[in-house]
Each structure stands twice: as C-alpha cells, then as structure tokens.
Ligand binder design. Sequence first.
Ligand code: ADE
Length: 247
Amino acid sequence: MNFYIMTLFPDMVTGGLSTSITGRAMEKGVISVEAVNIRDYAGNKHNSVDDYPYGGGAGMVMQAPPVWDCYEDLCARLGKRPRVLYMTPQGQVFNQSIARELAEEEDLVFLCGHYEGIDERVLEAVCTDYLSIGDYVLTGGELPAMVMIDCISRLVPGVLNNQVSADIESFHDNLLEYPQYTRPEEFRGIKVPEVLLSGHHKNIEEWRRKESIKRTLKRRPDLLENANLSKKERIFLEELLAISESL
Ligand code: ADE
C-alpha cells in the first residue's frame, strides 16, 4: 500500500512514520510513505504558497495553484486519479471502520492544510474525502495524516507480526478489547484471573468476550448499540444492565 502526503512539512511526517512498526513495514516494502512538498510547486522566487483571505479576516490561506500543480504532478506519476483525503476538523470523524475501508486501496493521498486552510476551489477539484480525527482544532493536517496512516497500515497484511491481533483488538465487533495480563502472576497482591492460567481455551475465550462486553458497557456504552453479539451474549448484557439499574 502506498501513502502520499501533500504537505508543507515533509520531515514531520516522514520522521514520525519511519520509526517503530510503520518504519519496519516501510523497510519490508509492505507499505511506502512519500511526502510531497507543496512548496516545491510555489512557482515564485519567494517560494510563498499562502496569501491573505479575500473578504478579510485573520490568518493566511494556502493558495490553489501550488496544491493543484502538486496534485497534477502526482497523478501523472501514478497514472491515475487516486483517492485524496483532506485532513480537516470539518470532515467525517475517522474510526476503525473507515480505516478498514481505506486499507483496501492501493494508493492513498493525504492533503494537509496549514494556516486558515486551503482555497476552496482546489479542494473541490481534488478531494474525494474530508476526514477529521476528532472535534478539536490542530495547527495542521500532518498529525491527523500520521494518525490515519498508522491506523490503516496495521491493517495491511504483513505489517503486524501477529495478524490475529488486528482481528481481536478493540472495536472488533464494536467491542473494546478485554484486559490483558503477563508475568508476574501476582503483582501488589493482585493475582492474574485464574481462568487465564487454566489452559482451557474455550473458557478463556468466553471469559474474554464477557470482559469485553463489561468493559464496553462501562467505558463506551454508545458502542453497544451496533455490537455484534450472540444470543447468549445479549442475555449476559441484559443481566449486566439489570444489575446496574438495581444499584
Ligand atoms: N486539521 C486541524 N485540526 C484537525 C482535526 N481535528 N482533524 C483533521 N485535520 C485537522
């Protein structure tokens, strides 16, 4: 899978993503990350890419021509018009199911704005998706692009050593992940739950599903509406709800 990031701060994204798991995936060749510097398309001797907003107001706006030229150059290289995701707090809020859908693509372009944003005309011409990482405002789209690339990458086969961990983690079936334990068996007087030491896989599986349901009810009850539960698990959830109502 190939990620292209159109940005004014290429070092920020390549630096961050070439570390740890995404860095290893790049070395292995299962993903590639290329930052394309919008400033290279400034087309003026001062290399400036922003200007005052028409109609007045605070801040500067990134101009359309450098973004357009950068995009056209990239499309020519790729031989296609790829999906272009604009990082904006005005977009749809990114989540695991959007990540799963995007992980099916061969090429993804992330467009990162700065200052007060990018001229609307070029956004309309190039963007296929408007995505946010949450209801707060950052100084630019680079961190959101890195967050999304990290999340999408780990769904690409060959990126994680243990691919099953992407299948049983939080948000699978719209549930949070169960609690995890490792050695020592006792820490500050607290023992690891007995069932996990039993070696009985079916009981462990059942215990983990129940813990996932309990945890989701406690921390993210909003997720349960779309959770994928068996009939038995629905009954378990109803029992939990009945207990919590009686308290
Ligand atoms: N740019 C600035 N804030 C952002 C956010 N919350 N999500 C995506 N892009 C952004």
